[in-house]
Design a protein. Structure first.
Lengths: 325, 325
C-alpha cells in the first residue's frame, strides 16, 4: 500500500500517520488488507515523523506538477486533510478558495487521471451547515454554509460526489465535528478555543475564551476522528450507496460543561485559568454552526462518538499534556 | 444603465435582450429606474440582434481577459445565462466544469474587483435536486444533484451566495424549471424533448420523444422566465434576507398532459406526430429531477408561474411557430 496524506504535518495528519504506521496495514480497493509500504506526508511545512516507511514532501498543494509527483500511479489511498481553517478562510477569501477548492480539485483530477484511482477521503466540516436548521440537525439536512470555509467545503463535497458518481474516483467525505483537545498552539480556526480552554489550563497556563460559556460545541476527540478517517477508507463502496458524505457522530457540550469536566479530571484550579474575553469576530463565525446532530447513518456505518468529555480530557492529559505541580 | 448578458446569442439570452430593449429601462443598485444605454451580448457565437444600444462580443467565457473587457467598471447588471447544458455537461465533464464553474467564478471575481459591483443574476436549475426528495419539493429542500450539470450549478450557487454574504457582489440565483416551448433546433439539454414534443409537431414535423409519456416535467414558459430574470434583478437586496437563491414557480405536467394540451390548441394531428423512441441515457438524466415543487417563497417575492400549458402552447404558436396547412 502507498498512502498520501495532505496536511501531513498538521496535528490530525501526523496523528493519522502515526495510527496508520502503528496499524501497519490498510484495506485496498479490492477489499484486501495489505501492508503499508509507503506513507507520503504532503504539507506546506515538513512534518516531524521518522519512520523508514515515511516520505515527506513540502510545496503548494494547488500546484498540479507537485500533485502529479506526489500522487503516483501506484497510490492506493489519499487522505485529503490539508485545509485553510475557518477563521483564516473568512479573513482571506482567496487563500481559502485556492487551498480548499482549487487544491482539492487538483487532487481529484490527478486521482481521476490514474489507471487505478486511489480511494479518496475528504475532510469536510459541520461548517457546511449554518443559519436556521432543525435542532438536532438530521442526516439529510440541507447545506446552508454561512462562512467561506463552509461554502468551500460544500463545494469540495459536490466535486467528490459527482466525480465518484461518474466513476472517476472513489471518494468519501466526512463532516467533522469540532475536534478537541488539539495539542500545540492555538490556530486560526474559529473553533480553536474549544481546545484552548482545556489545553492551556491543564498545562498551568491561563486561556482566553472568546465565546460565552453558554456556547454549545459539537465535539469529537482526535482519537475518534483518526479512527473515522481509517474506517471511511476501509468501508466498501457498497456502504455508500446513495451519497458519499456522512455527518460524523459527536457529543454536544456547552463551554461551561467542558470546563466542569476539566474540573473533575484536572482539578478546580484548571477551571480558574479560563478567562472570558469576548471576540465578536470569532463568536460571529462560531454561532452560525449547529451544535446538536442526530447521526443514525454514521452510527449504522460503524462510526463512533466519544462516551463523554471527561474521557477526552483524560486522554489528552495521558497523551502528554503537562499538568502543573 | 449598462447591462451584460452572457449566453446572449442563446434563445433565453436573446429573448431577455429583446425584452430589456422593449422595456427601455431597468432599476439600478440604488433602486432608481434608469434608461438602458448599452446592452452587451457575450457568447461563443454572435447573436442576431440589431439595435443601436446592442454590442456583441464573442469569445471564451472562462478567459479572464475577455471578461475584463466585457464587464467594464460602469456595468450595472450582469445576467449570467451562458451554460453547458445538462446532456452535454454529463457527456463532457471537463467542458461543463470549465463553463459552468470556471467561467462563473471568473465573472464573479471580475464583478468583485469593480468599485461598484453590478447586480449579478445567476441561472441555476432544478437539476441541483435529485434522488430521494419530498414530493412536492419544499423551498428549503437540500441540494442533491445527481448529474454533473446539477453539481456544477450548485457550486455556482454557493459561490454567488458566499461572495454576496462577504459583500463582494450583489448576487441572485434562480433555479429554473424546464423552459418550454423553446424555438429553434433541439439542443443537448436532456430536457430538450419538452420543447421538441410541441415545437416540431405544431410545425408539421414528426418529433421523437425519448422518455415515457408518464414522465412528469416541472415547467415554466420562456415569457415567464424572462420576466423572472428582470424581476430578480430589480428586487432590492432586502428581498433576499437569508439566502440568495429561489426555486422559481412552475406547473407540473406529464408528457401525456402536454400532448393533450397541444391537441386542444393545435389539433389532434399534431399529437399524432409525437413518436416515442426511448433513450436510456436521456431518461437516466431526466428521471433524477423532481417534478413537483411548492414555491411559497418565490410566490411571496412576486415571481409568477404560467396559468396552464394550453396558454404556453398558444403563446408559442402566436410567436412564430409554423402551423401546417
Amino acid at each position: 500500500m502507498r498512502i498520501v496524506i495532505t496536511g501531513g504535518a498538521g496535528f490530525l495528519g501526523s496523528r493519522l500517520a502515526r495510527a496508520l504506521l502503528a496499524r501497519g496495514s490498510l484495506t485496498d480497493a479490492r477489499g484486501e488488507r495489505r501492508p503499508i509500504q509507503r506513507l507520503v506526508l504532503l504539507d506546506v511545512v515538513a512534518p516531524a515523523l521518522s519512520d523508514p516507511r515515511v516520505s515527506t514532501v513540502t510545496g503548494d498543494l494547488a500546484d498540479p506538477a507537485l500533485i502529479e509527483r506526489v500522487v503516483t500511479p501506484d497510490t492506493d489511498a489519499v487522505f485529503h486533510l490539508a485545509a485553510v481553517v475557518s477563521g483564516q478562510a473568512e479573513a482571506e477569501f482567496d487563500v481559502g478558495m485556492r487551498v480548499n477548492v482549487d487544491a482539492t480539485r487538483t487532487l481529484l483530477e490527478r486521482c481521476r487521471s490514474l489507471a487505478r484511482p486511489p480511494k479518496f477521503v475528504f475532510t469536510s466540516s459541520l461548517a457546511v451547515f449554518g443559519g436556521s436548521l432543525p435542532d438536532p440537525v438530521p442526516d439529510d439536512a440541507r447545506l446552508t454554509p454561512q462562512t467561506s470555509y463552509g461554502a468551500q467545503k460544500a463545494i469540495g463535497e459536490f466535486l467528490v460526489y459527482d466525480m465518484t458518481r461518474k466513476g472517476y474516483i472513489d471518494g468519501r467525505s466526512l463532516r467533522l465535528p469540532t475536534i478537541t483537545v488539539r495539542p500545540g498552539k492555538p490556530n486560526k480556526a474559529a473553533s480553536s478555543f474549544a481546545s484552548g480552554i482545556i489545553r492551556e489550563p491543564v498545562a498551568g497556563v491561563v486561556s482566553e475564551c472568546p465565546v460565552p460559556e453558554t456556547t454549545g460545541v459539537w465535539i469529537l476527540s482526535p482519537r475518534r476522528v483518526v479512527e473515522a478517517f481509517i474506517h471511511a477508507q476501509e468501508l466498501p463502496s457498497s456502504a455508500w450507496p446513495t451519497t458519499r458524505v456522512v455527518n460524523l457522530p459527536g457529543i454536544t457540550l456547552s463551554v461551561r460543561e467542558m470546563n466542569d469536566a476539566m474540573g473533575r479530571v484536572a482539578g478546580p484550579e484548571s477551571v480558574a485559568r479560563v478567562k472570558f474575553v469576548p471576540d465578536a469576530r470569532i463568536n460571529g463565525i462560531v454561532k452560525t454552526w449547529p451544535v446538536r446532530f442526530r447521526t443514525p447513518r454514521a452510527d449504522a456505518m460503524g462510526f463512533r462518538a466519544d462516551p463523554d468529555f471527561d474521557s477526552i480530557v483524560r486522554d489528552h492529559i495521558e497523551n502528554g499534556a503537562v499538568i502543573p505541580a
